[in-house]
Design a protein. Structure first.
Length: 246
């Protein structure tokens, strides 16, 4: 049995002390600084420019500027946490909807006080989910797979245009390479236990607009991406071993 700890988003096998490796942790070793550094610098610059534009003075004392600079340097963390909150809420609602479809129960309510961006994401998901060609068959399950040696946490499996696909929901600014490798790991783990799928698909909800886009991952992409995932897994495992000596 696998226990999931949502606060840390980590897993343990029942009765054991050591956390299992998740697909997110595996691909987390990929350097994303070339995307994140310009984004973080841009947020800080925008914050400082707005402060100057809104100020009535052209001269500032150090005690006045230092708190503003500190706040500017926090903008990337603030934006990241805000986006995570929006994404988590859309993701949770999509999971609840999938469960209602599988069990034949009423779909979850959409609270009136939800952020407009969350409602946009939910609406986009419903537009996809109500299509006759899209039918969710099963939801994600926590499981340990010997070959891949990780805990799978994919979102759902659905029939789409007659194809049985593994689905993964993403609620960020874009679909990044790291996501492709994660889904390849999910699919590899699923197929180890249940047999071959016809493919995999990422359903991406833009974190600001809620607009839905789909990325259909072909068998050729799966083969290439899965090799990258396994390479990341090897590096991650070795990093954990070496951490004992630090």
């Amino acid at each position: 049995m696998i226990d999931f700890f949502p606060e840390s988003h980590r897993y343990k096998r029942a009765g054991e002390k050591t956390y299992l490796i998740s697909a997110t942790a595996v691909t987390g070793i990929i350097d994303k600084s070339r995307f994140l550094i310009p984004w973080a610098v841009g947020l800080a610059g925008t914050f400082l420019k707005q402060f100057i534009e809104n100020s009535q003075s052209n001269q500032y004392a150090a005690e006045e500027l230092l708190p503003v600079i500190d706040e500017a340097l926090k903008q990337h963390t603030i934006k990241k946490e805000e986006a995570a909150s929006i994404g988590d809420l859309v993701h949770a609602w999509a999971e609840a909807f999938a469960k209602s479809q599988i069990e034949g129960t009423p779909m979850p309510e959409i609270a009136d006080d939800l952020d407009e961006r969350v409602i946009n994401g939910i609406t986009a998901f419903l537009d996809w989910g109500k299509l006759p060609r899209g039918q969710i068959h099963s939801q994600r399950k926590n499981g340990l797979f010997a070959k891949v040696r990780l805990c799978r946490h994919a979102d759902a499996v659905a029939k789409f245009n007659g194809r049985l696909l593994l689905l993964d929901y993403k609620t960020g600014k874009a679909i990044y390479n790291e996501h492709l490798y994660q889904v390849a790991g999910y699919r590899g783990a699923y197929e180890e236990e249940h047999g071959n799928l016809d493919g995999a698909m990422i359903l991406h909800f833009d974190k600001e607009t809620g607009n839905l886009s789909m990325r259909d991952l072909t068998d050729d992409e799966q083969s290439k991406n899965y090799q990258v995932f396994l390479a990341c897994l090897t590096v991650k495992q070795r990093e954990k071993e070496l951490a004992k000596y630090v």
